[in-house]
Write a protein that binds this ligand. Structure first.
Ligand SMILES: [Mg+2]
Length: 218
């Protein structure tokens, strides 16, 4: 081998030796690899699953054991379907159980109908940011500031990869994607929905929601 080639390999190796520990330290590298290779996620420091069908399937003890102390929750199609037809089974009791265990919770919603966000914020007794403009990280950072928690101690839970999962990644938080509660698809969801959402499993129970009993007439 030529000396030039050896020098090139040596410089490349020493450069990688400097960059990789920094990337690993700021946890970018594991996340980048995790996006490309799902198998890597199994060896990530988090003990919890990265996908679940419904909120109630997420084991709160596993979150706690992984060092999670805060939960950022999506509203539409995660807790309640955006057409107000379905409520995620056991979501309300899961939230109160999380509170009892000492988790700090926050709702981040991109929803345009503010009265719905206000209703769920009051009903669940959780602070909400709306519109959150996910995936941009400003709202995530604001929520973490209020909770006084670092990104590694906060899990983001939602049904959409392009807003919740990607937003969590931009903010440096781990995330869990839940299946989307059934809802009328928007035009772009008809084209790209399968890439950003997981359909609600056919064998899972659905809870009807009666918005007329909940929302004030506007
Ligand atoms: Mg959603």
């Amino acid at each position: 081998m030529s000396t030039g080639y050896n020098n090139f390999v040596y410089s490349l190796t020493s450069m990688l030796n400097q960059i990789v520990p920094v990337l690993t330290k700021i946890s970018l590298l594991p996340k980048l690899i995790g996006l490309i290779n799902p198998q890597f996620r199994a060896t990530s420091p988090y003990l919890f699953l990265r996908q679940a069908a419904v909120l109630a399937d997420i084991n709160l003890d596993s979150l706690m054991a992984s060092g999670i102390r805060g939960i950022i929750l999506d509203l539409d199609n995660t807790i309640v379907s955006e057409d107000d037809r379905y409520l995620s089974p056991e979501a309300v009791s899961w939230v109160s159980q999380a509170k009892q265990l000492g988790f700090k919770l926050f709702i981040l919603s991109n929803g345009k109908r503010r009265y719905r966000v206000e209703y769920w914020s009051q009903f669940l007794e959780l602070v909400a940011i709306n519109p959150a403009k996910k995936p941009f990280p400003a709202a995530f950072r604001k929520a973490m500031n209020v909770m006084q928690l670092s990104p590694s101690a906060v899990v983001v839970i939602g049904d959409s990869r392009h807003t919740d999962v990607f937003g969590a990644w931009l903010a440096g938080c781990p995330s869990i994607q839940v299946a989307s509660l059934p809802h009328p698809p928007r035009w772009w969801e008809k084209l790209l929905g399968k890439y950003v959402q997981t359909p609600y499993p056919k064998d899972r129970v659905l809870w009807d929601f009666q918005p007329q009993n909940h929302y004030m007439k506007r």
